[in-house]
Design a protein around this ligand. Sequence first.
Ligand code: HEM
Length: 282
Amino acid sequence: MKSINQHQAFENEKSIHTDFKEKMTYSDYLGLDTLLSSQRLLSDHHDEMLFIVVHHVSELWMKLILHEINSAVQDIQSDNLRSSFKKLARVSQIQEQLKSVWDVLSTMTPSEYMEFRDKLGNASGFQSYQNRLIEFALGYKTEYVLKIYEKDPDLHQILQEAHEAPSLYDVSIQALARAGLPIDEDVLNRDVSVTHKSNESVKQAWMTVYKNVDQYWELYELAEELVDIEDLFQQWRFRHMKTVERIIGFKKGTGGSGGVSYLKKVLDQYFFPELWELRTEL
Ligand code: HEM
């Protein structure tokens, strides 16, 4: 027999809304029709669903990363560093999620992948424009990748603008200068459409920050948040490279690169070189 409390709880359940003829549902709000019908398989292989979902999840997380970084850039430009910290810390947490997709993807064996790989044609994560927008936002500016997007003028325009915009690191260096730390004029007025190269004045400015943490606490916090992001980005790249080796060995990529050899090469790329160099000298 139901107790009085259980009976009351059961009565309350009945007030749950079920008539949605005129009201917005959960799936209306989230556009689930579009989201859940975007997994268009090109083969009847069981594991192609895994392959597509892992990419979709990754692209959704990338969308949120861009949303957070672009907003953090504005915060830093207006000297609102505290507000940027929350967003940059969120980016690191998203990166943790992005890294964990490799654990799910690694459950696919090489022979399973080979059974549908030819269906991908020349499609490759190399063409992920959100990945390029993130790289641009962090300061790694590769102009040649823009050519891929010429067939879509609107997208090309978005990428072109991101390519020519100051990166998270550019605005951080500007913040160092505004805090009174001497930065070379040619760094402050540099062409931001090319990748930043390590500069002695920038390194010395960060050194001053790390040696005077109390005085420059906010810049110190900013530096460590940047290092977290770069560290996690590299961890993602490493896991990608190792997962690729595990699944296709040293075969060429569908995007046309050497495959693992190419993915190993991009591991050498630094976004914030001085923040890594100063650790040897501190
Ligand atoms: C079986 C799974 C995967 C394989 C075998 C694979 C393979 C490769 C290879 C060989 C490349 C080098 C470019 C090329 O020649 O194609 C590449 C690039 C890339 N892949 Fe993957 N990948 C896989 C999964 C993923 C996933 C889940 C993502 C998440 C979005 C991803 C994102 C990327 C990105 C962003 C690049 C460009 C990297 C750069 O240029 O620095 N890949 N992939």
